[in-house]
Ligand binder design. Structure first.
Ligand SMILES: O=P(O)(O)OC[C@H]1O[C@H](O[C@H]2O[C@H](CO)[C@@H](O)[C@H](O)[C@H]2O)[C@H](O)[C@@H](O)[C@@H]1O
Ligand SMILES: [Mg+2]
Length: 265
């Protein structure tokens, strides 16, 4: 799988009109839409490390207002763990898929979480120990997944990829290596963001609505394809890219937040 940072990008010409087209298509889909929102890089600006993200104070209530306008057909679909995602938008709680689709809180409030095995706990400790002297590498423990971030040490990408591949082999076939923005993650292989979107769409508040998936990274491609397949719309946040299943484009998380604020009323 290609690293999102290496995706070839389409020439910038015409990007303004593509954004206008995206906004007008989005507003028509929102009439009877169900929103599936990625968090990092889509709702929130990327930060140097996972815990340095900033949640604009107005955003949680605005998301709740949008959810209400959509008859509660709004879900967060993220690589973060479920508990972490909840903390970001407290006191509001949305239907959420965490760990790239492996964890879920369904609209009825029922929770499916993946508990890390003892062996996986030992693997995380070993990974931490092995990278302890690697200045700038940040290990993020997400329970049943673990991320190794190289945003602060980009020169280490190749050796970190090799190391994570070795740890993936040790973890076994129930896990997969997820590439992301300056990050490599070992995560449960059993689900992806597309599966999460499909299963939310089968629940009463979402059923019969047009799915709209908004994301910024490789992991969101599964959700873009699923939204397209189910008669919906998909938007990639970032510079226009030739290699995405997304049909629309928005330049930044700030642009997504502006739409959220406007639609919240
Ligand atoms: O699916 P998402 O909601 O976009 O989550 C994907 C990963 O996001 C986080 O990492 C990314 O954001 C960090 C904070 O801005 C940034 O420092 C890092 O370089 C990015 O890769 C998060 O830490 C991961 O657990 C998520 O899987
Ligand atoms: Mg993202």
């Amino acid at each position: 799988m290609a690293n999102s940072n290496q995706l070839p990008e389409a020439p910038p010409s015409g990007s303004a009109s593509r954004q206008e087209e995206t906004l007008s298509t989005l507003s028509s889909y929102l009439q009877n839409g169900a929103l599936f929102l990625d968090i990092d890089g889509t709702l929130l600006d990327l930060a140097p490390t996972p815990d340095e993200i900033f949640v604009p104070p107005a955003l949680p209530a605005q998301l709740d207002a949008v959810s209400q306008r959509l008859g509660r057909a709004l879900a967060l679909v993220t690589g973060r763990g479920l508990t972490y995602a909840d903390r970001l938008f407290a006191p509001y709680q949305f239907p959420t898929a965490g760990l790239h689709g492996a964890e879920r809180r369904s609209p009825d409030g029922s929770i499916f979480k993946v508990e890390p095995t003892g062996e996986f706990e030992r693997l995380k400790i070993a990974l931490r120990a092995e990278t302890a002297g690697w200045t700038g590498i940040v290990i993020e423990d997400k329970g049943a997944a673990v991320a190794a971030h190289f945003r602060l040490a980009p020169a280490r990408q190749a050796e970190l990829t090799e190391l994570m591949q070795r740890f993936l082999n040790r973890a076994g076939p129930d896990w997969t290596l997820q590439h992301g923005k300056m990050v490599l993650e070992i995560r449960p292989a059993r689900a992806n963001k597309g599966d999460a979107l499909e299963s939310f769409l089968a629940t009463p508040a979402f059923r019969g609505r047009h799915p709209i998936a908004i994301g910024d990274d490789v992991t969101d491609e599964a959700m873009f394809s699923m939204a397209n397949r189910l008669g919906g719309y998909s938007i990639r946040v970032g510079p226009p890219s030739a290699e995405t299943a997304a049909r629309g484009t928005l330049p930044s998380a700030e642009a997504v937040r502006e739409i959220v604020a406007r639609f919240a009323g």
